[in-house]
Design a protein around this ligand. Structure first.
Ligand SMILES: [Zn+2]
Length: 357
């Protein structure tokens, strides 16, 4: 296959977005796009390029005092009648236009066109972000080549509609179980109904007052919700067990241990088991590179509501934020699209930030 990422395409972030969208790369099928990206980067004299599976990394080594990472995932969710891309006026439609090939286009465009950035830059294009974390290219490289990711600051080019979304919330899932005693429903007074026992759990949830936490000027609004409920044995049996699955989205001033302690407090007296936990990430806006980035964007950051791979950078000690042209509300939708002006503006912002002083 002729590489569609030609010099003319690479010079224009809009054309580059479209070319990337038109290389199909549903998770676990990123070889073709990784091949194209790798070939481009290997041809750039000011970069050193590495590859691990279908994750491609290229870096400058200019001896700058600071190093920043621009990162984007190459994969998309499954196609949904939205491939290849189509244009309607100022909008580009197609799978991955928002999440996040327009962001990937930023990094690839800058990698090729900016030989002398003011920081050393690591451009990181990774596989399998949209599926379970054991496949995630960022996780895999953090394990196999952690030195590839050494940096002072990272920008994850996920869709944020051109604003800075700093840090991210943590997430925890837990199961609260109520216990009872089985009995024939015709003589229910001989048993204890575990489903009825769940009413107190639900009462605590409906009366729960979620925190608003402000960190470095960014607001993180927490949420505590029942997301599933199961119980019951048969139509004529008083149930002896009911399970309420809880999802807790917590501000990054809490770590998973703190979040668990909080859940145990809320559900005191009940049997609670944590089934899944992911730490959040603080905003990380204090480093000089982050401050200069905010100045280039010129708008106040907001807290990221949701969990993203910035938490994986934070876990490595690298402050990270989200910034990309796509609308996060359109990600994973059939009519996913991106505004061309957002692509042009965002690319100009990153160029302002990285161009030599
Ligand atoms: Zn994404």
């Amino acid at each position: 296959m002729q590489n569609p990422l030609t010099p003319e395409v690479l010079a224009d972030p809009v054309a580059l977005t479209r070319a990337l969208v038109d290389i199909e790369s549903v998770s676990l099928n990123e070889k073709a796009i990784a091949d194209c990206v790798e070939e481009v980067l290997r041809g750039v004299p000011h970069l050193t390029t590495y590859r691990h599976s279908n994750t491609v990394m290229a870096r400058t080594d200019l001896g700058r005092a600071q190093r920043v990472v621009l990162a984007g995932h190459l994969d998309t969710v499954p196609l949904n009648g939205n491939f290849p891309s189509t244009m309607r006026g100022d909008l580009m439609y197609g799978c991955g236009t928002s999440d996040m090939k327009s962001g990937v286009a930023f990094a690839l465009h800058l990698a090729v066109t900016l030989p002398d950035p003011r920081y050393d830059v690591t451009y990181f294009f990774y596989e399998a972000e949209e599926i379970e974390s054991r496949y995630n290219g960022l996780t895999l490289v953090a394990q196999s080549h952690p030195e590839w990711l050494e940096a002072d600051f990272a920008v994850l080019l996920e869709p944020t509609y051109g604003i800075v979304e700093a840090g991210c919330q943590g997430t925890m899932r837990a199961v609260v179980t109520t216990h009872g005693e089985r009995a024939h429903a015709a003589r229910s007074w001989h048993g204890v109904n575990a489903i009825h026992g769940a009413s107190e759990v639900l009462r605590r949830l409906t009366t729960y007052e979620a925190r608003w936490v402000t960190i470095e000027g960014c607001d993180y609004r927490e949420g505590l919700n029942a997301v599933r409920i199961t119980g019951g044995v048969a139509g004529n049996v008083v149930p002896d067990r009911c399970e309420i699955e809880i999802n807790y989205r917590y501000a990054p001033d809490r770590d998973p241990a703190g979040a668990e302690a909080h859940l145990r407090e809320v559900f005191a007296g009940f049997d609670l088991e944590v089934t899944d936990a992911a730490a959040g990430a603080p905003p990380g806006l204090e480093s000089p590179a982050a401050q200069e980035f905010l100045a280039a964007v010129g708008a106040a950051p907001i807290g990221k509501l949701g969990w993203t791979d910035v938490a994986r950078f934070a876990a490595m000690g690298i402050p990270a934020l989200n910034f990309g042209p796509g609308d996060p509300n359109l990600a994973h939708h059939k009519d996913e699209h991106v505004e061309l002006t957002k692509i042009r503006d965002g690319a100009a912002t990153l160029h302002r930030w990285l161009a030599p002083a």
